[in-house]
Design a protein around this ligand. Structure first.
Ligand SMILES: Cc1ncc(COP(=O)(O)O)c(C=O)c1O
Length: 387
């Protein structure tokens, strides 16, 4: 029997991938499955981005690049951050990584160890809690509530900080809830954090271009008083429908740059060159496709929230960002996991149990509206029939 490390037994997973596999198995056995579980845009990567990747390969960009990313790409990221958030960032503080996930993995490993505490949203993206546990640190959940429209409550978060807190993780717009934290709450948080200068902040802003009803994204980069300990995670996966290309980036503070560069060199050396050129084209090219995708998500979101609210036992808050809704299903009498399995097996609709995003997700289900209007309508009809 092989003896693997004890820490490995503490590593969790992202159930969305399990559900995807189960849905595919059912499809192979001839069942029609509508996938509302998936956390990726159902659009293709815009053509000019694909072409830039192909051109880079044809032009012979086949070798290693600097571990922190191509200079031309880091420059493009800074220009884009300036355009979107009106902030100045030096390209030396940008580190390009293979997706959004590596930034969270490396940040948590940098601060997590036995005895340390890391605060993270629950329900929240499952990888936060998984990697915190893997690191040996104690995960301290901040409850994200339906009553607060799934926004972060600054006072609650600040009340959880102790002298053991090393890192806090926040995420807006949020997965799985679609919640958006308003400016006044972010400002309150920043004021409170000034009293805790030794706490690092990981702000996961990967859905920052997906907000609806005129809401504006507030980036933590806007606050110079915390920039020396802020890691701002961003990426191409969601905004440019590039989940399979594996590219992401983060703004790192000066004091962590050497650590993150070493972690990248030890882990993956660099992101493949063609993908980085595609990333440049995404940031510097036309934005019409992004606008079209966000507009389509908004139309589906309105339909999905209104239709989910018509299902007996469902109560769905008005999701303000990302491409997820997180209805409360307690009144159906089913647990989250029972509802997930019933809808997958009997209705042919893949959704994800709220508990996949932490124990505080019990009573909820995550629906992604990254699917066509007709499929969303059909899925909701099927759920009604099964219930
Ligand atoms: C909140 C959040 N952060 C990060 C990621 C990771 O993105 P990537 O696929 O680029 O690693 C996801 C993906 O679902 C996410 O929902």
């Amino acid at each position: 029997m092989l003896q693997t490390s004890e820490s490995l037994s503490r590593l969790g997973t992202e159930s969305a991938f399990d559900i995807l596999a189960r849905a595919q198995t059912l499809e192979q056995s001839g069942k029609n499955i509508i996938n509302l579980g998936i956390g990726q845009p159902d659009f293709k990567t815009p053509e000019h981005i694909v072409e830039a990747g192909i051109k880079a390969l044809r032009d012979g960009h086949h070798g290693y690049t600097p571990a922190n990313g191509l200079p031309v790409l880091r420059e493009a990221v800074c220009n884009d951050l300036h355009r979107r958030h009106n902030v100045k960032v030096d390209p030396k503080n940008i580190v390009i990584v293979p997706g959004g996930k590596p930034t969270m993995f490396f940040s948590i490993l940098m601060f997590g160890e036995p005895g340390a505490e890391i605060i993270y949203p629950n329900p929240g993206f499952p990888i936060y809690e998984s990697v915190i546990k893997y690191s040996g640190a104690t995960p301290i959940p901040i409850e994200i509530t339906e009553e607060n429209n799934f926004a972060l409550c600054a006072d609650t978060l600040l009340s959880l900080i102790t002298d053991k807190t090393r890192l806090i993780i926040i995420n807006s717009p949020a997965n799985p809830t679609g919640g958006v934290t308003p400016r006044e709450e972010i400002e309150k948080l920043v004021v409170g954090l000034e009293k805790h200068p030794n706490v690092a902040i990981l702000s996961d802003e990967i859905y920052s271009e997906m907000l609806y009803d005129g809401r504006q994204h507030v980036s933590l980069l806007e606050f110079p008083q915390i920039r020396n300990r802020l890691i701002m995670l961003d990426g191409w996966s969601k905004t440019y429908a590039m989940t399979g290309w594996r590219i992401g980036c983060a703004v790192w503070p000066d004091q962590l740059l050497e650590h993150i560069t070493r972690l990248c060199i030890n882990d993956h050396s660099c992101v493949n060159a063609a993908t980085q050129y595609a990333g440049v084209a995404a940031l510097t090219g036309p934005k019409d496709d992004v606008k079209r995708m966000v507009h389509a998500f908004d139309t589906r979101r309105k339909l999905m929230v209104s239709e989910l609210n018509k299902i007996a036992g469902f109560r769905c808050a008005d999701a303000a960002g990302a491409f997820y809704t997180f209805p409360n299903i307690e009144a159906t009498g089913l647990s989250s996991k029972e509802a997930q399995d019933l809808f997958l097996n009997d209705a042919g609709v893949a959704t994800i149990s709220g508990t996949s995003f932490g124990h505080l997700g019990e009573g909820f289900l995550r629906f992604s509206y990254s699917n066509s209007i007709s499929n969303i309508e059909e899925a909701i009809d099927r759920i009604k029939r099964v219930l």
